[in-house]
Ligand binder design. Sequence first.
Ligand SMILES: N[C@@H](CCC(=O)N[C@@H](CS)C(=O)NCC(=O)O)C(=O)O
Length: 116
Amino acid sequence: MYLLTELGAEEDYELVSYNPYAASDDERQWYVDYVHPHGTVPAMVDDGRGGAGVMLESAAICMCLAERHGRLLPQPDAMSDYLESVSFHCISVSHYCRKCSRRIADIISLVHLFFL
Ligand SMILES: N[C@@H](CCC(=O)N[C@@H](CS)C(=O)NCC(=O)O)C(=O)O
């Protein structure tokens, strides 16, 4: 959503809310069957992919939108830095973020168990 705002393209897309943490079993099943096989967000239903296709992975969606709107793109001589940086954040940083958030959740559970 932030990227669409930055691109000035909010009107070009319809935002459909889906909260994987609050979805009912039926909603989740529909989402997995028709939108995203992993059941996670985001996903972009994209009519411009040779018929209605669904694009997955937030970084790929962001790079595709930037490319399509011709904005927020690197200079050609900075392309390798751009791809390296996006890959680093998606693979390495998000890996550690997930580990951290799991640890924090474990610590909160222990605090609840022992002190509350
Ligand atoms: N690599 C994926 C990760 C997607 C992801 O894990 N999304 C989280 C929200 S930020 C989610 O949907 N979690 C729900 C779940 O794991 O069931 C991407 O960047 O799109």
